[in-house]
Design a protein around this ligand. Sequence first.
Ligand SMILES: [Zn+2]
Length: 379
Amino acid sequence: MNRRSVALGVAVLAVVSLVCGGTVGLPLVMFGLAQAEAAACEVPSLPGPSPIPGAGAWGSAETTNAATIVAVGRQRQVPPRGYVIALATAMQESTLRNLANATVPESLTLPHEGVGRDHDSVGLFQQRPGWGSVRERMTPTYAAGKFYEALLRVDGWQRMRLTDAAQAVQRSGYPEEYQKWEDDAEQLAARVLGLPNIGDIGGGAPTAPCGTDDLGPVPVGPGGWVQPIRATIVSPFGQRGGRLHAGVDMSKADVRGDAIRAASTGVVEQVKCDWYTTCDRDGNTSQRGCGWYVDIRHPGDIVTRYCHMIQRPEVSIGQRVTAGTVIGFVGNSGGSSGPHLHFEVHLNVPPGPYHANGGNAVDPEPWMRARGVPLGTRS
Ligand SMILES: [Zn+2]
Protein backbone atom coordinates (compact mmCIF):
# COMPACT_ATOMS: atom_id res chain seq x y z
CA MET A 1 0.00 0.00 0.00
CA ASN A 2 1.65 3.20 -1.02
CA ARG A 3 1.52 6.32 1.04
CA ARG A 4 0.02 9.40 -0.46
CA SER A 5 -0.70 12.75 0.95
CA VAL A 6 -3.95 14.44 0.23
CA ALA A 7 -4.08 17.57 -1.81
CA LEU A 8 -6.85 19.51 -0.18
CA GLY A 9 -9.38 21.04 -2.44
CA VAL A 10 -8.54 18.69 -5.22
CA ALA A 11 -11.50 18.17 -7.48
CA VAL A 12 -12.45 14.65 -6.67
CA LEU A 13 -14.50 12.80 -9.18
CA ALA A 14 -16.77 10.49 -7.35
CA VAL A 15 -19.68 9.86 -9.59
CA VAL A 16 -22.05 7.51 -7.95
CA SER A 17 -23.00 5.10 -10.60
CA LEU A 18 -24.60 2.01 -9.24
CA VAL A 19 -25.55 -0.09 -12.16
CA CYS A 20 -26.41 -3.45 -10.80
CA GLY A 21 -28.65 -6.28 -11.72
CA GLY A 22 -30.90 -8.14 -9.36
CA THR A 23 -32.70 -7.12 -6.25
CA VAL A 24 -32.08 -8.43 -2.80
CA GLY A 25 -35.11 -8.41 -0.56
CA LEU A 26 -34.11 -7.39 2.94
CA PRO A 27 -36.24 -7.54 6.03
CA LEU A 28 -35.78 -4.20 7.70
CA VAL A 29 -35.78 -4.66 11.42
CA MET A 30 -35.19 -1.68 13.60
CA PHE A 31 -34.67 -2.12 17.26
CA GLY A 32 -33.44 -0.42 20.38
CA LEU A 33 -30.09 1.25 20.73
CA ALA A 34 -29.10 -0.79 23.75
CA GLN A 35 -29.72 -3.99 21.84
CA ALA A 36 -27.75 -2.70 18.89
CA GLU A 37 -24.84 -1.85 21.12
CA ALA A 38 -24.96 -5.21 22.79
CA ALA A 39 -24.74 -6.92 19.41
CA ALA A 40 -21.90 -4.69 18.28
CA CYS A 41 -19.99 -5.26 21.47
CA GLU A 42 -20.10 -9.02 21.54
CA VAL A 43 -16.68 -10.08 22.69
CA PRO A 44 -15.01 -12.89 20.78
CA SER A 45 -13.82 -15.62 23.10
CA LEU A 46 -10.25 -16.74 23.58
CA PRO A 47 -9.25 -20.25 22.56
CA GLY A 48 -10.14 -22.82 25.23
CA PRO A 49 -7.60 -24.67 27.35
CA SER A 50 -7.16 -27.50 24.86
CA PRO A 51 -4.69 -26.78 22.05
CA ILE A 52 -6.10 -26.39 18.57
CA PRO A 53 -4.79 -28.35 15.58
CA GLY A 54 -1.88 -27.02 13.60
CA ALA A 55 -2.47 -25.02 10.47
CA GLY A 56 -0.23 -25.37 7.44
CA ALA A 57 3.40 -25.42 8.50
CA TRP A 58 2.52 -24.28 12.01
CA GLY A 59 2.21 -26.78 14.82
CA SER A 60 -0.54 -26.94 17.36
CA ALA A 61 1.18 -24.77 19.98
CA GLU A 62 2.07 -22.10 17.44
CA THR A 63 -1.43 -22.10 15.96
CA THR A 64 -2.98 -21.85 19.42
CA ASN A 65 -0.76 -18.85 20.13
CA ALA A 66 -1.83 -17.33 16.83
CA ALA A 67 -5.49 -17.84 17.74
CA THR A 68 -4.86 -16.12 21.06
CA ILE A 69 -3.17 -13.15 19.38
CA VAL A 70 -6.06 -12.76 16.94
CA ALA A 71 -8.69 -13.13 19.66
CA VAL A 72 -7.04 -10.48 21.83
CA GLY A 73 -7.03 -8.18 18.80
CA ARG A 74 -10.70 -8.79 18.18
CA GLN A 75 -11.57 -8.22 21.83
CA ARG A 76 -9.77 -4.91 21.64
CA GLN A 77 -11.52 -3.96 18.42
CA VAL A 78 -8.28 -3.75 16.52
CA PRO A 79 -8.84 -3.62 12.75
CA PRO A 80 -7.90 -6.88 11.01
CA ARG A 81 -4.67 -5.46 9.64
CA GLY A 82 -3.52 -5.30 13.25
CA TYR A 83 -3.83 -9.07 13.71
CA VAL A 84 -1.71 -9.62 10.65
CA ILE A 85 0.99 -7.27 11.90
CA ALA A 86 0.93 -8.89 15.34
CA LEU A 87 1.20 -12.39 13.89
CA ALA A 88 4.04 -11.45 11.55
CA THR A 89 5.86 -9.86 14.48
CA ALA A 90 5.50 -12.93 16.67
CA MET A 91 6.53 -15.16 13.76
CA GLN A 92 9.75 -13.21 13.42
CA GLU A 93 10.44 -12.78 17.14
CA SER A 94 9.66 -16.27 18.42
CA THR A 95 8.30 -18.33 15.52
CA LEU A 96 5.07 -18.12 17.51
CA ARG A 97 6.48 -19.92 20.55
CA ASN A 98 6.26 -18.60 24.06
CA LEU A 99 9.98 -18.40 24.76
CA ALA A 100 11.78 -18.39 28.07
CA ASN A 101 15.27 -16.91 28.17
CA ALA A 102 18.36 -18.74 29.37
CA THR A 103 19.65 -15.56 31.05
CA VAL A 104 16.35 -14.86 32.85
CA PRO A 105 16.08 -17.61 35.51
CA GLU A 106 12.51 -16.80 36.47
CA SER A 107 11.39 -17.36 32.89
CA LEU A 108 12.58 -20.97 33.00
CA THR A 109 10.24 -21.69 35.90
CA LEU A 110 7.19 -20.56 33.93
CA PRO A 111 5.38 -22.51 31.19
CA HIS A 112 7.35 -22.08 27.97
CA GLU A 113 7.71 -23.58 24.52
CA GLY A 114 11.39 -22.99 23.91
CA VAL A 115 14.36 -21.09 25.28
CA GLY A 116 15.91 -18.05 23.64
CA ARG A 117 18.83 -15.91 24.74
CA ASP A 118 18.34 -12.51 23.20
CA HIS A 119 19.18 -9.89 25.86
CA ASP A 120 16.49 -10.17 28.53
CA SER A 121 13.60 -10.66 26.08
CA VAL A 122 10.91 -13.25 26.70
CA GLY A 123 7.62 -14.46 25.30
CA LEU A 124 5.92 -14.46 21.92
CA PHE A 125 6.93 -10.91 21.11
CA GLN A 126 10.36 -11.02 22.80
CA GLN A 127 9.43 -8.10 25.01
CA ARG A 128 12.04 -6.60 27.33
CA PRO A 129 11.43 -5.63 30.98
CA GLY A 130 9.91 -2.25 30.11
CA TRP A 131 6.84 -4.13 28.81
CA GLY A 132 5.98 -5.84 32.10
CA SER A 133 7.10 -8.47 34.58
CA VAL A 134 8.58 -11.75 33.36
CA ARG A 135 5.37 -13.57 34.18
CA GLU A 136 3.29 -10.96 32.35
CA ARG A 137 5.45 -10.98 29.24
CA MET A 138 5.23 -14.77 29.14
CA THR A 139 1.43 -14.68 29.32
CA PRO A 140 0.33 -14.64 25.66
CA THR A 141 -2.83 -12.59 26.25
CA TYR A 142 -0.85 -9.95 28.15
CA ALA A 143 1.99 -9.86 25.62
CA ALA A 144 -0.42 -9.54 22.69
CA GLY A 145 -2.41 -6.86 24.49
CA LYS A 146 0.71 -4.78 25.08
CA PHE A 147 1.71 -5.19 21.45
CA TYR A 148 -1.68 -3.91 20.25
CA GLU A 149 -1.61 -1.01 22.70
CA ALA A 150 1.69 0.13 21.29
CA LEU A 151 0.65 -0.49 17.69
CA LEU A 152 -2.49 1.61 18.00
CA ARG A 153 -0.37 4.49 19.27
CA VAL A 154 1.63 4.51 16.04
CA ASP A 155 0.23 7.26 13.90
CA GLY A 156 -0.95 5.91 10.55
CA TRP A 157 -0.03 2.29 11.28
CA GLN A 158 -2.74 0.93 8.99
CA ARG A 159 -1.22 2.67 6.01
CA MET A 160 2.35 1.54 6.64
CA ARG A 161 4.24 -1.37 5.19
CA LEU A 162 3.89 -4.24 7.60
CA THR A 163 7.53 -4.16 8.61
CA ASP A 164 7.45 -0.41 9.30
CA ALA A 165 4.42 -0.76 11.56
CA ALA A 166 5.96 -3.73 13.39
CA GLN A 167 9.28 -1.96 13.74
CA ALA A 168 7.61 1.16 15.14
CA VAL A 169 6.49 -1.07 18.02
CA GLN A 170 9.44 -3.44 18.37
CA ARG A 171 12.42 -1.21 17.59
CA SER A 172 14.35 -4.25 16.44
CA GLY A 173 17.93 -4.24 15.24
CA TYR A 174 16.60 -5.89 12.07
CA PRO A 175 13.77 -3.62 10.97
CA GLU A 176 13.13 -5.30 7.60
CA GLU A 177 12.76 -8.81 8.93
CA TYR A 178 9.03 -8.65 9.69
CA GLN A 179 8.06 -8.06 6.08
CA LYS A 180 8.78 -11.57 4.87
CA TRP A 181 6.07 -12.95 7.14
CA GLU A 182 3.21 -10.94 5.69
CA ASP A 183 1.73 -13.69 3.50
CA ASP A 184 2.11 -16.31 6.22
CA ALA A 185 0.51 -13.99 8.75
CA GLU A 186 -2.45 -13.25 6.48
CA GLN A 187 -2.99 -16.94 5.82
CA LEU A 188 -2.72 -17.92 9.46
CA ALA A 189 -5.04 -15.08 10.58
CA ALA A 190 -7.62 -16.30 8.08
CA ARG A 191 -7.09 -19.90 9.20
CA VAL A 192 -7.68 -19.24 12.88
CA LEU A 193 -10.72 -17.15 12.01
CA GLY A 194 -12.10 -19.99 9.90
CA LEU A 195 -12.03 -17.92 6.72
CA PRO A 196 -10.74 -18.99 3.32
CA ASN A 197 -9.01 -15.66 2.88
CA ILE A 198 -8.16 -12.67 5.06
CA GLY A 199 -10.07 -10.55 2.54
CA ASP A 200 -13.24 -12.29 3.67
CA ILE A 201 -12.94 -10.93 7.16
CA GLY A 202 -15.36 -8.08 6.42
CA GLY A 203 -18.53 -9.43 8.03
CA GLY A 204 -16.81 -10.65 11.15
CA ALA A 205 -14.66 -7.65 11.79
CA PRO A 206 -14.87 -5.71 15.00
CA THR A 207 -17.06 -2.71 15.35
CA ALA A 208 -16.79 0.29 17.59
CA PRO A 209 -17.41 2.02 19.84
CA CYS A 210 -17.73 -0.47 22.65
CA GLY A 211 -15.91 1.39 25.31
CA THR A 212 -12.69 1.10 23.36
CA ASP A 213 -10.40 4.08 23.49
CA ASP A 214 -8.48 2.97 20.48
CA LEU A 215 -10.68 4.61 17.92
CA GLY A 216 -11.52 7.56 20.13
CA PRO A 217 -14.82 8.73 21.53
CA VAL A 218 -17.41 9.98 19.11
CA PRO A 219 -19.79 12.83 19.90
CA VAL A 220 -23.39 11.88 19.19
CA GLY A 221 -25.69 14.77 18.33
CA PRO A 222 -29.05 15.28 20.01
CA GLY A 223 -30.77 13.66 17.04
CA GLY A 224 -28.73 10.48 17.44
CA TRP A 225 -26.41 11.24 14.52
CA VAL A 226 -22.62 11.35 14.38
CA GLN A 227 -20.14 12.61 11.82
CA PRO A 228 -18.98 9.73 9.62
CA ILE A 229 -15.47 11.18 9.75
CA ARG A 230 -14.03 14.42 11.06
CA ALA A 231 -12.65 16.05 7.95
CA THR A 232 -13.14 19.05 5.72
CA ILE A 233 -15.71 19.18 2.94
CA VAL A 234 -13.50 19.50 -0.11
CA SER A 235 -16.27 19.18 -2.67
CA PRO A 236 -19.92 20.02 -1.98
CA PHE A 237 -23.20 18.47 -3.04
CA GLY A 238 -24.58 19.80 -6.30
CA GLN A 239 -24.26 19.91 -10.05
CA ARG A 240 -20.81 19.21 -11.34
CA GLY A 241 -20.00 19.00 -15.01
CA GLY A 242 -23.60 18.43 -16.01
CA ARG A 243 -24.37 15.69 -13.50
CA LEU A 244 -25.32 15.67 -9.90
CA HIS A 245 -22.57 15.11 -7.37
CA ALA A 246 -24.98 13.42 -5.02
CA GLY A 247 -22.96 13.77 -1.84
CA VAL A 248 -20.12 15.61 -0.19
CA ASP A 249 -16.45 14.72 -0.39
CA MET A 250 -14.62 14.88 2.92
CA SER A 251 -10.87 14.79 3.29
CA LYS A 252 -7.89 16.13 5.21
CA ALA A 253 -4.19 15.48 5.44
CA ASP A 254 -3.39 11.87 6.22
CA VAL A 255 -7.03 10.78 6.03
CA ARG A 256 -6.28 7.42 4.44
CA GLY A 257 -7.15 4.64 6.83
CA ASP A 258 -9.24 6.78 9.16
CA ALA A 259 -12.28 5.01 10.57
CA ILE A 260 -15.64 5.71 8.91
CA ARG A 261 -18.59 5.55 11.27
CA ALA A 262 -22.25 4.83 10.71
CA ALA A 263 -23.93 8.24 10.86
CA SER A 264 -26.87 6.85 12.83
CA THR A 265 -28.50 3.65 13.96
CA GLY A 266 -29.73 1.41 11.20
CA VAL A 267 -29.29 -1.76 9.20
CA VAL A 268 -26.59 -2.27 6.59
CA GLU A 269 -28.41 -2.55 3.29
CA GLN A 270 -25.53 -2.78 0.86
CA VAL A 271 -21.86 -3.73 1.02
CA LYS A 272 -20.36 -3.82 -2.38
CA CYS A 273 -17.43 -3.21 -4.62
CA ASP A 274 -18.99 -0.90 -7.14
CA TRP A 275 -16.05 -1.19 -9.49
CA TYR A 276 -14.69 -4.52 -8.53
CA THR A 277 -11.67 -4.61 -10.74
CA THR A 278 -9.89 -2.01 -8.67
CA CYS A 279 -11.55 -2.02 -5.30
CA ASP A 280 -8.56 -3.15 -3.28
CA ARG A 281 -6.27 -0.57 -4.79
CA ASP A 282 -6.31 3.11 -5.56
CA GLY A 283 -8.76 4.24 -8.19
CA ASN A 284 -8.56 7.24 -10.45
CA THR A 285 -10.74 9.75 -12.23
CA SER A 286 -11.06 7.77 -15.40
CA GLN A 287 -13.02 5.19 -13.46
CA ARG A 288 -16.53 5.59 -12.23
CA GLY A 289 -18.31 4.51 -9.12
CA CYS A 290 -18.02 4.25 -5.43
CA GLY A 291 -15.36 1.57 -5.10
CA TRP A 292 -15.95 -0.25 -1.85
CA TYR A 293 -19.10 1.22 -0.37
CA VAL A 294 -21.77 0.73 2.25
CA ASP A 295 -25.42 1.79 2.35
CA ILE A 296 -27.19 1.98 5.70
CA ARG A 297 -30.96 2.22 6.06
CA HIS A 298 -32.13 4.26 9.03
CA PRO A 299 -35.62 4.56 10.49
CA GLY A 300 -37.90 6.76 8.41
CA ASP A 301 -36.77 5.56 4.97
CA ILE A 302 -33.44 7.37 5.23
CA VAL A 303 -30.37 5.85 3.58
CA THR A 304 -26.78 7.00 4.01
CA ARG A 305 -23.98 5.95 1.66
CA TYR A 306 -20.22 5.84 2.25
CA CYS A 307 -17.89 5.45 -0.75
CA HIS A 308 -14.27 4.78 -1.75
CA MET A 309 -13.25 2.66 1.23
CA ILE A 310 -9.72 1.32 1.33
CA GLN A 311 -10.71 -2.33 1.64
CA ARG A 312 -13.72 -4.56 2.10
CA PRO A 313 -15.97 -2.80 4.63
CA GLU A 314 -16.06 -3.99 8.21
CA VAL A 315 -19.80 -4.72 8.16
CA SER A 316 -22.02 -7.10 6.25
CA ILE A 317 -25.48 -6.83 4.70
CA GLY A 318 -28.23 -7.12 7.27
CA GLN A 319 -25.95 -6.16 10.14
CA ARG A 320 -27.42 -3.76 12.64
CA VAL A 321 -25.23 -0.79 13.41
CA THR A 322 -25.52 2.03 15.86
CA ALA A 323 -24.45 5.65 15.55
CA GLY A 324 -20.67 5.55 15.59
CA THR A 325 -20.14 1.92 14.60
CA VAL A 326 -16.99 1.71 12.52
CA ILE A 327 -18.11 0.43 9.13
CA GLY A 328 -14.86 0.77 7.17
CA PHE A 329 -11.80 2.87 6.53
CA VAL A 330 -11.12 5.82 4.27
CA GLY A 331 -9.51 4.93 0.97
CA ASN A 332 -9.34 5.82 -2.66
CA SER A 333 -11.13 2.99 -4.44
CA GLY A 334 -13.32 3.48 -7.50
CA GLY A 335 -13.74 6.81 -9.28
CA SER A 336 -11.60 8.81 -6.94
CA SER A 337 -8.52 10.95 -7.33
CA GLY A 338 -7.34 10.87 -3.74
CA PRO A 339 -8.24 9.38 -0.37
CA HIS A 340 -11.55 10.79 0.83
CA LEU A 341 -15.02 9.84 1.99
CA HIS A 342 -17.89 10.50 -0.36
CA PHE A 343 -20.95 10.68 1.90
CA GLU A 344 -24.57 10.76 0.78
CA VAL A 345 -27.93 11.15 2.47
CA HIS A 346 -31.11 9.95 0.77
CA LEU A 347 -34.68 10.55 1.96
CA ASN A 348 -37.95 8.72 1.30
CA VAL A 349 -36.11 5.76 -0.14
CA PRO A 350 -38.48 2.91 -1.06
CA PRO A 351 -37.62 -0.40 0.63
CA GLY A 352 -34.92 -2.53 -0.94
CA PRO A 353 -31.38 -1.89 -2.04
CA TYR A 354 -30.54 0.12 -5.16
CA HIS A 355 -33.29 2.66 -4.48
CA ALA A 356 -30.98 5.34 -3.16
CA ASN A 357 -30.19 7.46 -6.19
CA GLY A 358 -29.72 11.01 -7.40
CA GLY A 359 -33.47 11.58 -7.33
CA ASN A 360 -33.75 11.18 -3.57
CA ALA A 361 -30.33 12.49 -2.54
CA VAL A 362 -30.23 15.61 -0.38
CA ASP A 363 -27.33 17.87 0.55
CA PRO A 364 -25.72 16.20 3.58
CA GLU A 365 -24.34 19.49 4.89
CA PRO A 366 -27.59 21.17 6.07
CA TRP A 367 -29.05 17.77 6.88
CA MET A 368 -26.31 16.95 9.35
CA ARG A 369 -26.23 20.50 10.75
CA ALA A 370 -29.95 20.19 11.54
CA ARG A 371 -29.16 17.02 13.48
CA GLY A 372 -26.65 18.81 15.67
CA VAL A 373 -23.55 17.35 14.05
CA PRO A 374 -22.33 19.78 11.39
CA LEU A 375 -19.81 18.19 9.03
CA GLY A 376 -16.27 19.47 9.30
CA THR A 377 -13.33 19.30 11.65
CA ARG A 378 -14.93 21.32 14.43
CA SER A 379 -17.08 19.48 16.90
ZN1 LIG B 1 -17.92 12.63 -4.12
